[in-house]
Design a protein around this ligand. Structure first.
Ligand code: HEM
Length: 473
């Protein structure tokens, strides 16, 4: 599991352009970050294409950059432009007052209280996808491609919660193909010297425009279907209803509500951000459960022994051990392995390190999560680290959802969604990794995915084995 890229031929003293370094980072971003940390310690100062790029590996420095001194940094414009070319101008791709306004309008719709209102839609999606892909008869089993399963479930969750739309398998696979192709294209463009506008011919442009159209048409059709029947607005209690009703409580600039274009562009973002990250987290969680049956037993006992009578789904989503297994899975296999590169807006000090204006700053979440100074035996799966009575984890050593003003808007949404799905699967199925296989190596595909197909055998448990009435899932 440890990413050991102790390839001594990697050039650390960079040539003027730093091209070998760039190609190393592009091919193996996790191995490159581990290598830099081993070679340089807490700060790696590199030069690539005439730009300085610093990697910070200590939680204190990362906290300074993202939280305490966040106004000294911005997210790199190039990256935002690449994402804007397929998502438009939304809360991810804007900065400054535009971003502040959109973030203020959207935030209440993703508060823990509001997310509870989406739990029913989430449960419908889980029932439908699991019913379609996993065996229903006790004792029956199926060997399943885990990424396919989790993509299907999380795609259905996001489409139902966004638009109250139940997706079909064909739709889920065409849309996830389009989103993944677009994110891969974006990751290629990150390494280009120049970002071409969409009207110029460039490698991958035709496919990119086709995929943009697939996603944009899907979103536009849902919005049109809702807004063409004004009486339906406000009746669905889904995210689209929330976006249509959302108002800026402290308007300073721009419209107090989202414009139609902003609703469209934010739907694309919520859709894209919402399924692949959660699918990645659940894929690794399932792989870990399939290799740690003792943990599965313990969490079944927790679910079945809990008093969930008053608010069953909300109660499930807050069970400590269940959540600890998910948090630990996201520590070992963080769905986002790095944050958007930041740029220093002025000369600043981060700890003892002088960071001059214009320097690019990389925040490698993967390395923070695997640092033995913060996590003893960092490569071991140990959910107890996240139990309420465990010793405190150093501040900013764990951040699967980022930190500071840009922390993940969907954190509560994703946490509840993952807990519901995980609880449902643990209660109803036994898991075993495909015979003779071990967990695949991870691979950065924007979200962290298995390098080779991870197959798990799901066997439907006998309902009588459930020890009490907590079978609401
Ligand atoms: C396990 C699931 C998820 C993980 C690990 C995750 C991770 C992250 C991270 C690390 C960031 C910060 C990026 C940065 O600062 O550079 C982020 C931002 C964001 N996430 Fe998530 N995310 C998840 C699920 C979701 C979901 C379900 C949604 C929406 C439904 C969502 C919406 C967003 C949005 C809109 C932002 C941009 C926030 C801003 O810049 O103000 N995410 N996410």
């Amino acid at each position: 599991m440890t990413i050991d890229s102790s390839n001594n031929t990697v050039p650390i003293r960079t040539a003027p352009l730093g091209l070998p370094l760039l190609s190393f980072i592009q091919k193996d971003p996790l191995g490159a970050a581990s290598h830099f940390q081993r070679h340089f310690g807490d700060v790696a100062r590199l030069n690539i294409l005439f730009r300085r790029i610093y990697y910070f590996f200590s939680p204190d420095a990362v906290r300074q950059i993202l939280v305490d001194q966040h106004s000294d940094f911005t997210r790199e414009t190039r990256l935002l432009k690449i994402f804007e070319s397929f998502q438009g101008k939304n809360v991810l791709t804007t900065e400054g007052v535009d971003w502040e306004r959109q973030r203020r309008i959207l935030t209440p719709g993703f508060s823990p209280k509001r997310v509870v209102g989406y739990l029913g839609l989430m449960r419908d999606a889980i029932d439908a996808s699991v019913g379609e892909l996993l065996p229903a008869e006790p004792g029956r089993s199926a060997l399943v491609d885990v990424d396919f399963l989790t993509t299907r479930i999380t795609m259905d969750v996001i489409l139902r919660t966004l638009f109250s739309h139940a997706t079909t398998q064909a739709e889920a696979s065409s849309v996830s193909t389009a989103i993944r192709a677009l994110t891969r294209q974006s990751m290629r463009e990150v390494y280009w010297a120049f970002i071409p506008p969409n009207w110029l011919p460039y490698p991958g442009r035709t496919a990119k425009l086709k995929h943009i159209k697939t996603i944009s048409d899907l979103i536009a059709n849902h919005i049109k279907a809702r807004t063409s029947k004004p009486r339906d607005i406000g009746t669905q209690n889904d995210v689209l209803d929330m976006l249509l009703a959302a108002r800026d409580d402290a308007p300073t600039t721009g419209s107090a509500s989202l414009t139609s274009q902003e609703i469209h562009d934010n739907c694309i973002l919520l859709f894209a951000a919402g399924f692949d990250t959660a699918s990645s987290a659940l894929t690794w969680w399932i792989g870990l459960m399939a290799t740690h049956p003792d943990v599965v037993e313990k969490l079944r006992k927790e679910i079945e022994g809990a008093n969930l009578r008053n608010s069953p789904m909300e109660g499930i989503a807050h069970l400590p051990y269940l959540n600890a297994t998910i948090k630990e899975a996201m520590r070992l296999y963080s769905p986002s392995t790095a944050l958007f590169t930041r740029v220093a807006l002025r000369d600043v000090m981060i700890g003892d390190t002088a960071v001059s204006k214009g320097t690019l700053v990389a925040v490698p979440i993967w390395s923070l999560h695997h640092d033995e100074r913060s996590f003893a035996e960092p490569d071991t799966f140990r959910p107890n680290r996240f139990m309420p009575d465990a010793s405190t984890i150093p501040r900013s050593a764990y951040m699967p959802f980022g930190a500071g003003p840009h922390f993940c808007l969907g954190q509560h949404f994703a946490s509840m969604e993952m807990a519901l799905i995980a609880a449902h699967l643990a209660q109803n199925f036994d898991f075993a990794l495909e015979e003779g296989k071990v967990l695949p190596e991870p691979f950065v595909d924007l979200a962290l995915k298995p390098k080779s197909t991870m197959r798990v055998r799901f066997t439907r448990r006998d309902a009588r084995k459930k020890t009490n009435a907590n079978t609401i899932l």
